[in-house]
Design a protein around this ligand. Structure first.
Ligand SMILES: Cc1cc2nc3c(=O)[nH]c(=O)nc-3n(C[C@H](O)[C@H](O)[C@H](O)COP(=O)(O)O)c2cc1C
Length: 186
């Protein structure tokens, strides 16, 4: 059994990226358990607060990730790049830097996103150096860029097009197999 922590880069109640993660969790094959965790309670990064002791919400999320086999992120694209909201949470989780190998090192990260016409291509590219810094193992087997989020999803947060549903299912099957293979190799 593989365990994955999923994080959405959007706090919006009606977030398409959170809807995408919910569908991804439902599409995950047996043997791959995915927990949708929240970054809502993570404060803005402040080195003084960090030096005085990490907030309980940060420590709790760090330990969740340390106990898992990997991460699945759904990231919106903001101003042609990654969203500060999720980056801020990741920045907290990456401190102190000596914890990176224990919390993130060797864990798989899958990335998907939905947004405007580019379907978060630029945001997804911007995440790559962050993954490198965290010593994560990126899943590159499939890509998922869902363009035109407001038309791709219906009011219930379901994907409208059969082709997109198939793409998501294929992504999740491949991602779960990759997580299992990395897990067994380590
Ligand atoms: C500050 C801001 C900047 C944005 N910049 C982009 C962008 O560069 N590219 C894009 O495709 N969409 C952009 N958008 C639109 C988002 O893709 C859209 O709001 C999307 O629904 C956000 O994801 P969510 O539904 O998960 O909240 C931007 C939205 C905001 C709020």
């Amino acid at each position: 059994m593989s365990k994955i922590i999923a994080l959405s880069g959007s706090l919006r109640r009606g977030s398409y990226n959170t809807a995408l993660l919910r569908l991804a969790i439902a599409a995950a094959p047996a043997g791959c358990e995915i927990e949708l965790a929240s970054i809502r309670e993570i404060p803005l990064y402040d080195g003084d607060v960090d030096a005085a002791g990490q907030p309980a919400e940060v420590v709790a999320l760090k330990e969740k990730i340390a106990a898992a086999d990997g991460l699945l992120l759904a990231s919106p694209e903001y101003n042609y790049s990654l969203p500060g909201t999720l980056k801020n949470a990741i920045d907290w989780l990456s401190r102190p830097a000596k914890d990176i190998p224990r919390v993130f090192g060797g864990r798989v990260v899958g990335l998907m996103g939905t947004g405007g016409p580019g379907g978060t291509r630029l945001a997804q590219a911007a995440w790559l150096p962050v993954f490198r810094g965290l010593m994560l193992v990126p899943f590159f087997g499939k890509q998922l860029f869902i363009a035109g989020a407001n038309k791709a999803f219906d009011a219930e947060g379901q994907l409208v097009e059969e082709a997109t549903r198939t793409q998501l299912a294929d992504f999740m099957t491949s991602f779960a197999a990759f997580v299992a293979s990395v897990r067994h190799a380590s």
